[in-house]
Design a protein around this ligand. Structure first.
Ligand code: ADP
Ligand code: MG
Length: 238
């Protein structure tokens, strides 16, 4: 289970309206990508789904349940950030375990889940290290591991590859695609990289200035862009 529905989501910061009425339905197990230029509201939309921003109006439903005013911990989501957001003073293992510990998960269960995530992401050699002793790619794997152990309904990724070099970007992208297949989990993923969007997405949501320009599969957007903006963004000939 991991469906999402957004109904007429609006979000303002002071006088600036950043999200101007977003409607979207994401099915259980779908991989949906938000693309759009810098400042168009991608992160704000993702943070609104996570509960890290309060929306100004509209409704957020996860698995059909209204979570619009629910705190992040009650939404069944896990988020992976561009900057990893790991705790520098904790080991890799403790970074992965911390959220579960805070949620009161029994120690046996924590150990089982951390072991499974460690195996899935090949993190065994790094468990005792601190984040500073890891490469960027390894840090991002730990951040993904920390999301995995929470067994969320919805994974949210905000430009998770942006700080990685080209080779690691490809490797980590392939790993995320594999996780999606293995877990069958719902994933919502922000990027401004067309290649990432075209290769990972079941459907792409093209945002511009706080509105959705078009929603469709990569091939639909490529073959039938709704307008010049989408065509320019997706890189299709028009
Ligand atoms: P994107 O992720 O697409 O680059 P953001 O969602 O981060 O865009 O930002 C959209 C707009 O909202 C930008 O103009 C940004 O300056 C503004 N914004 C984002 N967060 C805040 C905030 N906490 N306070 C004020 N303005 C914000
Ligand atoms: Mg952003």
């Amino acid at each position: 289970m991991g469906s999402l529905e957004l109904r007429n989501i609006r979000k303002s910061f002071g006088a600036q309206e950043v999200l101007k009425g977003i409607d979207l339905q994401v099915k259980d197990g779908e991989f949906v990508i938000f693309v759009g230029p810098s400042g168009c509201g991608k992160s704000t939309l993702l943070r609104s789904i996570a509960g890290l921003e309060d929306v100004t109006s509209g409704t957020v439903l996860i698995n059909g349940e209204d979570v619009t005013v629910a705190p992040p911990a009650k939404r069944g989501i896990a988020m992976v950030f561009q900057t990893y957001a790991l705790y520098p003073h904790l080991s890799v293992r403790d970074n992965m375990a911390l959220g579960l510990k805070q949620a009161g998960t029994p120690t046996d269960e924590i150990n089982t889940r951390v072991a499974a995530a460690t195996e899935m992401l090949s993190l065994e050699p790094y468990l005792k290290r601190r984040p500073a002793e890891l490469s960027g790619g390894q840090r991002q794997r730990v951040a993904i591991g920390r999301a995995l152990v929470r067994e969320p309904e919805l994974f949210l990724f905000d430009e998770p590859l942006s700080n990685l070099d080209a080779a690691l970007r490809v490797q980590t992208r392939v790993e995320i695609a594999r996780l999606h297949r293995q877990l069958g989990a719902t994933m919502i993923y922000v990027t401004h990289d067309q290649v990432e969007a075209m290769t990972l997405a079941d459907r792409i949501v093209v945002l511009n200035g706080g509105v959705i320009e078009q929603i469709g599969s990569p091939m639909e957007l490529y073959n039938r862009p709704a307008n010049l903006f989408v065509a320019g963004f997706i890189g299709s000939p028009q």
